[in-house]
Design a protein around this ligand. Structure first.
Ligand SMILES: *[C@@H]1O[C@H](CO)[C@@H](O)[C@H](O)[C@H]1NC(C)=O
Length: 485
């Protein structure tokens, strides 16, 4: 691993922990509340520190305000950015809103320094203010940043950057290779509401293995768990890993979406039963995603586990079909017994993988300098014409590649498009939407992008073929191209 010789002054403002957010994240941390974001923030803080940067952390608006007020001429509109002794600022959307309020007219100068930790991502359609106002309002969107300034929990839309986190691995007494696994399942769901309506699902395989839970129960009368469930309550990290290590199956209930849990279980050698969603869950049909700045839809509880890990570690099934559930659980048990399932951890979720990724981002991502050529080298990128109706994300994926938005500028060019469609455009139109550049075959019309802020990997329009920038990636470190290190 090479470390950067750029050592930066960083500010990390944890909006989610502020009293002003009203979220009580910290208070609920040991009571089954969401931990994924806190896990990610601790990993980010540790990573920035280990990479050698100077890190100032704020977790209240007042602390942030005094920090900003301490900056020279922070409120003056003619300040220059280089006079500000901060190289980068990491925060979340709540923190970003707090920051904007405090900095007022100095904001524009700072905005290119921001790195926004944003679990589910912000797609370009929701980010660019004039467009979002008409097409895709969201209380979390319309910040007009560069889409790659948003960093997601899992690799979602390639328009954003993938921050990720580190999957915990404790040094336990027992060696992973020598553990005796019991016929035992651990259910993924720390809060009681996640278990509601899931009795018949759990019933259908309770005779195949002992069912364990790690659920927070405030008082006995709240307990709605089926009587056959051995509940341990909330466990500490090492205890949970010991339990997973002695088990064969980790059972998804359908919620929470895309947390670290299944990766921890798979790293301990369990098979993850991943509920399939049909129809897929999105802001169209699920309250959880309503108002979130993404049109992404999830075909299962854990798309990353389904798409990037898969068999033999992950069985994605319809949990409403008892026959299908029993078949999957039996297969999973047999596969573990036959040692066909080995503990597996994708490199991007290891400490080293996270250090490598974040270091590369800090060294190369630059949203302050205009008209610079992309840092992803040309040799790693290929331009591909999608099928009609296909997004660039899926057109690239089909070729084993990832959409690389930093190359949209270069391919938004009539001559380049003509080369890929193999003929001369009958007509050319410059227009603003998330589908362009693209080709409308029925009219022999070439549609070019007028607004660079609307370049999008995920836009798809049924009648147009999109011209897409697709890059290669390192297996197990998909954020980075093969020549990016
Ligand atoms: C349930 O799953 C079984 C096994 O995959 C399949 O044969 C059956 O058709 C499914 N039933 C329904 C109602 O989908």
């Amino acid at each position: 691993m090479t470390y950067t010789d750029l050592l930066f002054q960083l500010v990390v403002h944890l909006g989610l922990l502020t009293k002003a957010s009203g979220w009580k994240f910290a208070e609920h941390a040991s009571k089954g509340g969401p931990l994924g974001e806190l896990v990610q923030w601790s990993d980010i803080l540790a990573t920035l520190y280990i990479l050698g940067h100077d890190v100032v952390v704020t977790s209240e608006v007042e602390q942030l305000a005094s920090l900003i007020n301490g900056l020279p001429t922070a409120f003056s509109s003619c300040q220059v950015r280089t006079s500000i002794p901060v190289d980068l600022m990491f925060t979340d959307i709540v923190g970003l809103i707090q920051f904007k309020r405090k900095v007022k007219n100095g904001y524009g100068k700072f905005s290119c320094l921001l790195r926004i930790i944003d679990s589910f991502g912000t797609e370009p359609a929701f980010n660019y203010m004039p467009y979002a106002k008409h097409h895709s309002k969201s209380q979390w969107g319309m910040h007009n940043l560069h889409p790659q300034q948003f960093f997601t929990m899992f690799p979602h839309s390639p328009d954003n950057s993938f921050m990720g986190f580190v999957v915990e691995q404790h040094l336990l007494q027992t060696k992973l290779a020598s553990v005796q696994r019991k016929n035992q399942a651990v259910v993924y769901g720390k809060a009681l509401y996640m278990w509601q309506g899931k009795d018949s699902y759990l019933n259908s395989f309770k005779d195949l293995l002992e069912v364990h839970g790690t659920v927070f129960v405030n008082k006995p009368s709240d307990n709605i768990l089926p009587s056959f469930v051995h509940n341990h309550g909330i466990l500490k990290g090492p205890e949970l890993q010991q339990l997973l290590r002695e088990s064969k199956v980790f059972v998804g209930l359908g919620f929470p979406y895309e947390g670290p849990g299944p990766l921890e279980a798979i790293a301990q050698g369990c098979v993850f039963i991943n509920p399939r969603f049909s129809p897929p869950h999105s802001s169209q049909n699920v309250k959880f995603f309503k108002g979130k700045p993404t049109r992404r839809s999830l075909a299962s509880q854990h798309p990353y586990a389904e798409d990037f890990i898969g068999m033999p570690h992950v069985y994605t099934i319809n949990i409403d079909n008892a026959t299908e559930v029993r078949i999957a659980v039996k297969k999973a048990i047999a596969a573990v017994d036959a040692h066909e399932v080995q503990p597996y951890m994708p490199y991007e979720f290891t400490e080293e993988g996270m250090l490598q990724r974040v270091n590369t981002y800090i060294s190369h991502q630059d949203f302050c300098t205009q008209l610079k050529s992309p840092w992803v080298p040309h040799e790693s990128v290929q331009f591909i014409l999608s099928r009609a109706g296909q997004s660039c994300k899926s057109a690239c994926m089909q070729k084993g590649r990832i959409c690389e938005p930093s190359y949209f500028n270069e391919l938004n060019n009539q001559a380049v498009l003509e080369k890929h469609i193999g003929k001369t455009c009958g007509s050319v139109k410059y227009t603003e939407d998330i589908f362009y550049p693209a080709y409308l075959a029925t009219q022999n019309e070439c549609l070019m992008q007028k607004q660079p802020m609307l370049f999008s990997c995920v836009g798809e329009r049924p009648d147009v073929m999109r011209l897409c920038p697709c890059r290669d990636f390192i297996k197990g470190q998909m954020a980075l191209c093969q020549r990016c290190l």
